[in-house]
Design a binder for this molecule. Structure first.
Ligand SMILES: NC(=O)c1ccc[n+]([C@@H]2O[C@H](COP(=O)([O-])OP(=O)(O)OC[C@H]3O[C@@H](n4cnc5c(N)ncnc54)[C@H](O)[C@@H]3O)[C@@H](O)[C@H]2O)c1
Length: 366
C-alpha cells in the first residue's frame, strides 16, 4: 500500500484554515497531523478546530513521523523556516513568496538538492479547474501560437480586510510579490518560462491606514513598491503587458487574456480555482467554455498534496521550488528594470509544470 505522507504545519494564521479545510480531499495521499506557531495560542486554536496535535516549532521539526513541513508563516520568515525544515531532513512547501531575494531563494534550492529533498511553493491555484482548462485549450492549439497577452490586478490593498495587514507593506510584501506571483505563475504555466522583463515601479502612499475591524485606524508604514507596470517577453515569443497595483481604487480590466494567431482566451482570476473561461474564434466569436478539469473549489493545499504524491511516485512536484524561484526572479526584475532603465534578461528558467490530466477522480493528481 502507498504511504500517506504526514505533514506538519508551521504558521497557524489567517490562511491556515483554508489549507486545513481542504486537506481531507487528499487523505489518500497526505494528512496534516501536527501544527506549530511562535504564538502557541494560535497553534492550540487550529489544533482544536481541526483535530490536530499542537506542538512547539522545534518539536515539529524534530518529529520523525513528519515527512513534509508546510510553511504558512509571514514572508519574512519563509526562507528561515524553509532552511530549518530542510536541515531537519523534511521536504518543505511554503506560502508565497518562496524567498525575499534571489540569494535566499538560490540557497534553499541548492541546499534541498544537496539533501535530495523537495521544495515547493504557493500559488497552487494554477492546478485549479479554471486555469487547467485554459492550459488544455492552449496546448491543444485552439488559439494557435500565443503572441501576446495582458495581466491586470489593480485594487486598493489588503488593509481593508486582513486582520493583521502590516506585512503586505514590508519587504516580502508589496503588490508584485504578494499578488503578481499568482499572475506570473499562471502565465508560466500557460506559456512556459520568461526571457526578459522591462518595468516601472512606484508607491503612491508612504503609509496606509488599516480599515479591517481588528486594527481599524492603525497606520502601516509602506517600505515596498505598490504599483508595477511592465512588459514580459516569454521564451515562446509571446509578449505580455502586466500591471500589478495596490494604488488603484477601481479598474475594469479582466485578470488575464492571451492572444494567439488563431484566437484569444480570457483566463479566470488566478487567485482562485474556478472559471469562467471564454474562447474567441473568428468563426464563432466569444464563447464561454465548459471546464475540462476538476478542482474548482478552494483547494489551497493541492500543491502540498501534489508534492506528497510526487515523493511517492518519484516525479517532479508541479508547484516546485524551481518554478517558484523563476517566478521570483521575474518579479524582482520589474524593480531592477525600473531602477536601471533597461530590460532585464532573466537568468533562471524552469520546466513548464506538467498539466493535470482530464478525467481525474477527486483526491488524485495524475
Ligand atoms: N491571508 C490570506 O488571504 C493569504 C492568501 C494567500 C496567501 N497568503 C500567504 O500566507 C502567508 C501567511 O499569511 P497569513 O495571512 O496567514 O498571515 P498571518 O499573519 O495571519 O499568520 C502568520 C502566522 O505565522 C506565525 N509565524 C510568523 N513567523 C513565524 C516563525 N518564524 N515560526 C513559526 N510561526 C511564525 C505568526 O505567529 C502567525 O500566526 C503569507 O506568506 C501570505 O502571503 C495569505
Amino acid at each position: 500500500m502507498r504511504k500517506v505522507m504526514n505533514v506538519g504545519l508551521i504558521g497557524c494564521g489567517n490562511i491556515s484554515g483554508a489549507y486545513l479545510g481542504a486537506a481531507p480531499v487528499f487523505s489518500e495521499i497526505m494528512k496534516i497531523t501536527r501544527c506549530a506557531d511562535l504564538n502557541r495560542e494560535a497553534a492550540d486554536a487550529k489544533a482544536k478546530e481541526f483535530g490536530l496535535k499542537s506542538v512547539s516549532v522545534d518539536d515539529i521539526l524534530s518529529d520523525p513521523e513528519i515527512d513534509i513541513i508546510l510553511n504558512l508563516t509571514i514572508p519574512a520568515a519563509h526562507a528561515e523556516v524553509n532552511l530549518k525544515a530542510l536541515t531537519a531532513g523534511k521536504h518543505v512547501h511554503c506560502e508565497k513568496p518562496f524567498a525575499l531575494n534571489r540569494e535566499e531563494g538560490k540557497k534553499i534550492l541548492q541546499f534541498a538538492a544537496k539533501k535530495k529533498l523537495k521544495t515547493g511553493c504557493a500559488p497552487d491555484t494554477f492546478l485549479g479547474g479554471g486555469i487547467q482548462t485554459c492550459r488544455k485549450i492552449i496546448d491543444d492549439g485552439w488559439i494557435g501560437r500565443p503572441v501576446a497577452g495582458t495581466a491586470f490586478m489593480m485594487c486598493p490593498g489588503h488593509e481593508r480586510w486582513h486582520p493583521n495587514p502590516g506585512f503586505y507593506y514590508l519587504p516580502g510584501g508589496g503588490t508584485m510579490l504578494d499578488m503578481g506571483t499568482y499572475y506570473l505563475t499562471a502565465l508560466v504555466n500557460l506559456l512556459g518560462p520568461v526571457r526578459r522583463v522591462c518595468g516601472s515601479s512606484s508607491a503612491a502612499y508612504k503609509e496606509r491606514i488599516a480599515t479591517s475591524k481588528e486594527l481599524y485606524g492603525k497606520k502601516l508604514p509602506v517600505k515596498v513598491q505598490t504599483h508595477h507596470a511592465g512588459v514580459v517577453d516569454f521564451e515562446c515569443g509571446a509578449i505580455v503587458t502586466v500591471v500589478m497595483s495596490f494604488d488603484v481604487q477601481a479598474g475594469g480590466h479582466g485578470p488575464i487574456e492571451i492572444y494567439g494567431t488563431d484566437g484569444s482566451i480570457k483566463v479566470p482570476d488566478p487567485n482562485g480555482f474556478c472559471g469562467p473561461v471564454s474562447l474567441f474564434k473568428k468563426e464563432s466569436g466569444w464563447r464561454d467554455m465548459p471546464l475540462s478539469h476538476i478542482y474548482t473549489d478552494n483547494m489551497r493545499v493541492i500543491g502540498v498534496a501534489d508534492m506528497a504524491s510526487a515523493i511517492c511516485s518519484g516525479r517532479e512536484n508541479r508547484c516546485s521550488g524551481e518554478l517558484a524561484y523563476h517566478v521570483l526572479d521575474v518579479m524582482l526584475a520589474f524593480e531592477d528594470s525600473s531602477r536601471s532603465g533597461r530590460h532585464i534578461e532573466i537568468k533562471s528558467s524552469c520546466r513548464q509544470p506538467v498539466a493535470l490530466p482530464t478525467g481525474l477522480l477527486k483526491g488524485h493528481l495524475y
